[in-house]
Design a binder for this molecule. Structure first.
Ligand SMILES: *[C@@H]1O[C@H](CO)[C@@H](O)[C@H](O)[C@H]1NC(C)=O
Ligand SMILES: *[C@@H]1O[C@H](CO)[C@@H](O)[C@H](O)[C@H]1NC(C)=O
Ligand SMILES: *[C@@H]1O[C@H](CO)[C@@H](O)[C@H](O)[C@H]1NC(C)=O
Ligand SMILES: *[C@@H]1O[C@H](CO)[C@@H](O)[C@H](O)[C@H]1NC(C)=O
Ligand SMILES: *[C@@H]1O[C@H](CO)[C@@H](O)[C@H](O)[C@H]1NC(C)=O
Length: 185
């Protein structure tokens, strides 16, 4: 009895101050992804709302651009998907028999850009690519305002980009807003 009274007396003020805290300090609604998963796209506005090409059910992988370097590529072929896991706030990838990883997902920020490139490269610094978490809309980047974008781009395959808050005009016609949903392995 004494203990519960004490707990109520000491916890209540804490609880009250937490719920009235500034929105910036409120805990973000996150969920734990599966231990290991592939990331698969789902269009935000329906397959043909944004564009003429269907960006649903594409699997995320690192599209080779050099030794240890890759851009975030998307393939309709599931056997191309890389195996992802969340480590702290890093979205890391590996693949079968990989000896050199892990490979962190990283958003390449550019000032006053409507969207940013995304890479899956072996990082020189282990701190690369912090700030990722999951909620029921899939993988999130904590500095992202616009979410993810899938576009047919310079590698001749769909590629992943991150949409900024800046809006300078319509998106290219091959781009769709997508979510990245984990599919447990
Ligand atoms: C989009 O692609 C997915 C995966 O191939 C397919 O299941 C779906 O039917 C397509 N939707 C449209 C409207 O073409
Ligand atoms: C999917 O990719 C694998 C590995 O590259 C390849 O062997 C297979 O033929 C591909 N399947 C299709 C339907 O393209
Ligand atoms: C998780 O991140 C820590 C800190 O960077 C690193 O030391 C560790 O090897 C990582 N674990 C895995 C399984 O990638
Ligand atoms: C995003 O996450 C990183 C790593 O956890 C953190 O250092 C950074 O302050 C966060 N930024 C925002 C805007 O939440
Ligand atoms: C997931 O997080 C993103 C980015 O913070 C937010 O825009 C979105 O509304 C969240 N989704 C849900 C279902 O809470």
């Amino acid at each position: 009895m004494y203990l519960s009274t004490l707990l109520t007396a000491t916890l209540l003020p804490l609880f009250t101050s937490k719920t009235t805290a500034s929105p910036l300090l409120e805990k973000r609604q996150t969920i734990d992804p599966p231990a290991r998963y592939y990331l698969r796209t789902q269009t935000v506005n329906g397959p043909h709302e944004d564009t003429g090409t269907n960006k649903t059910d594409l699997w995320l992988y690192s599209h080779h651009t050099g030794a240890g370097l890759g851009d975030a590529g998307l393939s309709s072929n599931q056997s191309w998907a890389w195996e992802g896991y969340l480590n702290g706030s890093q979205q890391l990838f590996t693949y079968e028999d990989n000896e050199v990883g892990p490979w962190p997902l990283a958003v390449g920020y550019g000032p006053y850009q409507q969207w940013n490139p995304v890479t899956i490269s072996i990082a020189a610094e282990s701190s690369t690519g912090q700030g990722f978490f999951f909620n029921s809309s899939g993988l999130q980047f904590n500095q992202s305002i616009g979410g993810w974008l899938a576009c047919d781009w310079w590698h001749g395959v769909p590629q992943l980009f991150q949409l900024n808050g800046y809006s300078y005009g319509p998106l290219p016609s091959s781009c769709s807003k997508v979510q990245l949903l984990p599919v447990a392995i």
